[in-house]
Design a binder for this molecule. Structure first.
Ligand SMILES: *[C@@H]1O[C@H](CO)[C@@H](O)[C@H](O)[C@H]1NC(C)=O
Ligand SMILES: [Zn+2]
Length: 508
């Protein structure tokens, strides 16, 4: 087909879109109360994945998800992902992963929605103003654990499919769902499930969308990258037991002093990582990226006030965003075996183990980082000529994730945000790690987009988590619009058998 024909199709299509947009928007507006009630039912389930005493609630939550998708007419499966072993060696069934499919038209693109319905712990006594498992509305905000992370977004994607169904409009894309119940504790069992279904459930998936993060400011955002993390243990062992500093101090070489000495060689006071070979691996900041950061809405003073500090590592927006998202950093988390109780015990600990982590960004490779860190620590330790022994191990090696923002999926995402909020989204990254995006990318080879909504002050993982009732509708609308935008991308690409014209005349 020539470009002229394509343009005229897109023009007709946008007229059809305009009509559908209005119908869908009206439907969603009229059903806001239903969406609130659906969220109320889900929030009432204390699906805390970290509390083994709540495991039956978590199983019940997964059943509710499966039931909802079944009622919508999807082909639904509850996938058994096995058991988890608790620290006391007891074994406990993991919550099933629910998958569902709406539409199998091979001429359409298939969008797979990932979400989770487990939550962080919450108790009224933690300082909640309302019962965390009784959704409570105050000034248009709906307070409840899991409201924003991640129950409302999961429901919004489902309600988006439902809106098409109820209006008897054909879904512009095939939609699949993968909903899990262990995200808050590390997505136990999910990676194996994705690997196992790589050539079945995931074989026809074209794109994956995740809505499990927040905006950076009041401006809508799309997330295209997350940092990874390498977590290390560095243990120094010395005398065979703890010693009294009055009796032995001055005669023994203390493991804690060795440990602190080597930890101090990881990063400089100005934030420069001192381990050779780490900074060298970081992808350089391009001019385009620098310009993008300049345009992002981010208030340095607000950020400072929120944390309660008088000075940050950098004092301008671009450096701060860059170091939050796309540069590695070292954080020291704690020292096991160190005396940390109140009081003044004069102990010389015989064995201490430091925990620190290094956030990962392109083009760092956790395997290389492990080697470099271990070599570096052993080399500085050797210079101390200590009789103590050092062991270094890496216990987590999560890779960073970065999407290609030129990909048509991002064109569709940006257009959808613009259509719903009438502004261009900020393209942002997350400084934290969402390993599942990288896993999806590596295992399925598909493009992933993160489309958050609201959330910058939603209090995820914190007291008084909430989502605005208007975000419920906006989110749903964003989802339906993304479906339509993807249809446009589908036509532009026109990579599937039939011509775009055939498809267009049959569908509408
Ligand atoms: C939830 O809170 C409302 C308002 O305080 C109260 O009327 C209702 O009984 C509560 N529901 C449950 C299940 O506790
Ligand atoms: Zn989440």
């Amino acid at each position: 087909m020539n470009i002229g024909a394509l343009h005229s199709i897109l023009l007709v299509l946008s007229t059809v879109h305009a009509f559908q947009y209005n119908q869908l928007a009206q439907y969603i507006d009229e059903h806001q109360e239903d969406y609130v009630e659906a969220l109320r039912d889900w929030v009432a389930v204390e699906s805390d994945s970290s509390n083994v005493l709540r495991r039956s609630e978590l199983h019940r939550m997964m059943e509710m998800v499966a039931q909802k998708l079944q009622q919508m007419g999807g082909s639904v499966e509850s996938v058994d992902i096995g058991e988890q072993e608790l620290p006391d060696k007891q074994r406990l069934a993991l919550p099933k992963v629910v998958t569902a499919q709406f539409g199998t038209d091979p001429t359409k693109h298939t969008l797979c929605v990932y979400g989770h319905v487990d939550v962080q712990p919450a108790k009224l006594e933690d300082g909640w103003a309302t019962d965390p498992f009784n959704l409570t509305e105050i000034n248009g905000n709906l307070y409840g654990r899991g409201a924003s992370d991640n129950k409302a977004p999961v429901l919004a994607w489902m309600h988006a499919v439902e809106a098409y169904q109820k209006l008897s409009l054909e879904l512009p894309v095939n939609v699949k769902f993968v909903i899990e119940g262990m995200e808050e504790t590390g997505s136990n069992g999910l990676e194996a499930m994705i690997l196992a279904q790589k050539d079945s459930f995931f074989s026809d998936v074209d794109y994956i969308v995740v809505s499990d993060c927040g905006w950076l400011s009041r401006r809508p955002a799309i997330t295209y990258g997350t940092r990874g993390n390498c977590y290390f243990l560095a243990e120094v062992r010395g005398p065979k037991q703890d010693l009294h500093s009055g009796v032995y101090g001055g005669t023994v070489i203390e493991p804690m002093i060795d440990l602190i000495g080597i930890l101090d060689t990881l990063i400089s006071p100005s934030g420069k990582i001192l381990v050779p070979g780490i900074r060298e691996a970081v992808a350089p900041l391009s001019d385009d990226e620098w310009r993008m950061y300049q345009d992002i809405e981010f208030d340095v003073d607000d950020y400072k006030n929120k944390i309660g500090v008088s000075k940050l590592m950098y004092n301008n927006k671009v450096d701060l965003l860059a170091h939050k998202w796309r540069y590695p950093t070292v954080s020291i988390h704690g020292i096991e075996g160190a005396f940390s109780d109140p009081g003044t015990k004069t102990v010389i600990p015989s064995k201490v183990c430091a925990k620190f982590s290094i956030r990962q960004v392109p083009n760092m490779d956790p395997a290389v980082v492990e080697k470099k860190v271990s070599e570096h620590l052993h080399s500085v330790f050797a210079k101390r000529h200590s009789p103590n022994t050092l062991t270094v191990s890496m216990v987590i090696g999560a890779k960073p994730w970065l999407a290609d923002i030129q990909h048509p999926l991002y064109e569709a995402g940006k257009a959808a945000v613009k259509r719903v909020f009438s502004v261009d989204p900020d393209l942002i990254r997350e400084g934290g790690t969402i390993p599942i995006s990288r896993t999806f990318q590596d295992v399925t080879g598909k493009s992933i987009i993160m489309m958050p909504i609201g959330g910058f002050d939603d209090g995820l993982h914190s007291q008084n988590e909430k989502i605005s009732r208007f975000d419920l509708s906006d989110f749903c609308f964003l989802s339906v619009v993304l479906f339509l935008q993807m249809l446009t991308q589908q036509l532009k690409k026109n990579t599937r058998g039939r011509s775009a014209l055939d498809y267009f005349s049959e569908s509408y």
